[in-house]
Design a protein around this ligand. Structure first.
Ligand code: DOR
Length: 444
């Protein structure tokens, strides 16, 4: 079943090779191999072969938010985007703060089988920030939770954050913080700056992020714990991260595709598709994000894929929910913002979308080198592909993409999970005609 012959692929954009996969593992790799009889062949057409992408920050909305996304539609979106593993955030309904919920998410992911779904456990009961959730029970459950986060909310209380980091250190897990001092952002609707003033929207000051990151780095140092900073959006946060890393604090950080590309200039349209938390900031900030990602101060790109059904988004700005789709457009935005201006090469893309996220999330079978003896878990990228984003044609149940109508570079030609093709030319496995999960081809 999981035997596969991949012809004419360029690992990391380098020389073309053929690969033979047996039982999900690469057994031969080299130029001019012969496909054994009866083995499924994937003609890679000289495209770039990368380790499958790993998203540390995805909202799959199941359980409780299925009008916006579920594990089936979210897994399809992930596979189309080149992802082979995703971390599903805990702000579901019920919240993923018990073993029962995280085990449900993990099992549903396995049933769908398109991508490895790793549930993130909540740090506090109900994401309320008051009482710590049972991290140990979730870590030891069948779901084997490796990352905990109250994302959507910040763990505000320093006493609880300190205790959570101490537990994390003992359990060998990571605390991922949504860094936002809620007292400084009360009522906020947009980045605090010129655009928000002009539009009359209450501001979300960058210092609300920076101060929490500084505090948490100090707490993580004391606890000897692994801290991960979600969706960095402000240039000044990067200075805090750089200093903490230089001092040996175990801190990692992510940036979203939208904080690499979009700025608060997009808000002039008042279209709530651009409402997101943390908010889109200035051109100076996007420039700093790109430089920090190239330098490694920001470790990874994570999508913060946040599907919202139309009734939550097609409303006035203040009432609209924050968040935007990200799984199916992430690669293209990274190519546009990082590869085209030569800030990253394909090895760098593998680092920020696969290797480092797999390390941070503790996934030993993802983000592996493309080599004999390693799992055949890949994203095959057509670097010359160009496509026009249409929200309605995405696999996600929701269509809240901020890139509607944009022409973006690079397409995912195929995604392979342990030797099984999960997506191919925008179609989702199994590839029979007329099945429910089938979606339109990626195309211009
Ligand atoms: O914009 C956001 N949407 N930011 C978050 O932190 C949460 C997310 C969501 O769940 O919709």
């Amino acid at each position: 079943m999981t035997d596969l012959f991949i012809r004419n692929a360029r690992p990391y954009g380098e020389d073309a090779v053929d690969l033979l996969v047996r039982d999900g593992v690469v057994t031969e790799m080299g130029a001019g191999l012969r496909a054994p009889d009866g083995v499924e062949v994937l003609d890679a057409g000289g495209h770039v072969l990368l380790p499958g992408f790993v998203d540390l920050h995805t909202h799959l909305r199941e359980p409780g938010g299925e009008e916006s996304e579920d594990i089936t539609s979210g897994s399809a979106a992930a596979a189309r985007g080149g992802f082979t593993a995703v971390f599903a955030m805990a702000n579901t309904d019920p919240v993923a703060d018990t073993a029962v919920v995280v085990e449900h998410v993990r099992r549903r992911g396995e049933e769908v089988g398109l991508v490895d779904v790793h549930p993130v456990g909540a740090v506090t009961v109900g994401l309320e920030g008051v009482k710590m959730a049972e991290l140990g029970t979730m870590a030891r459950s069948r779901a084997q939770v490796r990352m905990f986060s109250d994302d959507g909310h910040c763990v505000q209380d320093p006493v609880i954050m300190r205790r959570a980091l101490e537990y994390a250190s003992a359990l060998g897990v990571v605390i991922a913080q949504h860094a936002e001092d809620h007292r400084l952002t009360a009522g906020a609707q947009a980045h605090e700056g010129v655009v928000a003033s002009r539009l009359g929207l209450a501001g979300w000051p960058a210092t609300a992020e920076e101060t929490i990151v500084a505090r948490d780095c100090a707490l993580a140092r004391e606890a000897g714990a692994a801290l991960h900073v979600c969706h960095v959006s402000s240039a000044r946060t990067i200075d805090v991260l750089r200093a903490a890393k230089a001092q040996g604090v175990r801190v990692s950080a992510e940036v979203t595709p939208h904080h690499l590309l979009l700025t608060d200039a997009a808000l002039s349209s008042y279209d709530p598709v651009n409402k997101v938390n943390p908010p889109l900031r200035t051109g100076e900030d996007t420039k700093a994000m790109r430089a920090a990602l190239a330098e490694g101060v920001i470790d990874v790109v994570a999508t913060d894929h946040a599907p919202h059904a139309a009734q939550y988004k097609d409303t006035e700005w203040a009432a609209a929910r924050p968040g935007m789709l990200g799984l199916e457009t992430a690669l293209s935005v990274v190519v546009h913002t990082m590869v085209e201006p030569s800030l990253l090469d394909w090895r760098g893309v593998a680092r920020v979308l696969s290797e480092r996220p797999a390390e941070i999330g503790g996934l030993p079978d993802h983000g592996r080198p493309i080599a004999v003896g390693e799992p055949a878990t890949f994203a095959l990228v057509d670097p010359d592909g160009v496509w026009t984003v249409r929200g309605a044609a995405l696999a996600s149940r929701a269509s809240n993409t901020p890139y509607e109508g944009m022409r973006l570079p690079a397409t995912v030609a195929a995604t392979v999970l342990r030797g099984r093709i999960t997506a191919r030319s925008g179609r989702i496995a199994p590839f029979g005609a007329g099945r429910d999960g089938e979606v339109a081809e990626v195309g211009s």
